[in-house]
Write a protein of this length. Structure first.
Length: 186
């Protein structure tokens, strides 16, 4: 199982970095994160082997991270150096317990040290799911054929049109601007 979260890490100098990630379930209290080489998340995990998995339903954060909007408010975590997102409904603080090296995507096995809940989860929304899928598409624009991207966007647009609130529409527009910019640059 893969759970889509916002991960916060810190550099050796203490600078926070926010990135969307699919964490891979490894055991009841263990997750694997596999950042691509090169990446800030990878560098940070090597320097400071802790992370925070932020569980949020604010899809603007997922879309924002992929469209150069990374300045989201954070608060100190309880037991690890990386901060947590202020918009997290809950979060899990983790430490790296092992690393399996790989030339493309090293795998960091992490153990949960602490969990907290901050706000209630108030239900599912198809537009939120569509924005999340759109964000994943945007992260793969250089890998997917344009026809696939166009057909997926057309399908996801249905959920946006029927169920989106203001936040989902804003996030969707950021993603669509990124898609247009990508294909205009080609």
């Amino acid at each position: 199982m893969i759970r889509e979260v916002i991960v916060t890490t810190v550099s050796a100098a203490g600078k926070a970095h926010i990135a969307p990630f699919g964490l891979i379930a490894a055991a009841p209290d263990e997750w694997v994160i596999a950042p691509f080489q090169p990446s800030t998340t990878l560098d940070n995990l090597r320097a400071v082997p802790f992370l925070v998995a932020n569980y949020t339903d604010d899809v603007r954060i997922f879309a924002g991270c992929l469209t150069n909007r990374r300045d989201w408010p954070c608060e100190p975590s309880t037991r690890v150096p990386p901060p947590r997102l202020a918009a997290a409904l809950s979060h899990a603080e983790m430490e790296v317990v092992s690393v399996r090296e790989d030339p493309q995507r090293p795998r960091f096995r992490c153990r949960i040290l602490h969990r907290e809940t901050h706000a209630p989860f108030e239900g599912m929304n198809r537009a939120k799911a569509a924005v999340l899928e759109g964000a994943i598409l945007v992260s793969r624009l250089g890998m997917l054929p344009r026809e696939k991207v166009d057909s997926e966007i057309a399908y996801l647009q249905i959920a946006i049109g029927k169920t989106a609130g203001e936040a989902e529409r804003e996030a969707w527009e950021w993603l669509m601007a990124a898609v247009r910019a990508h294909y205009t640059a080609d």
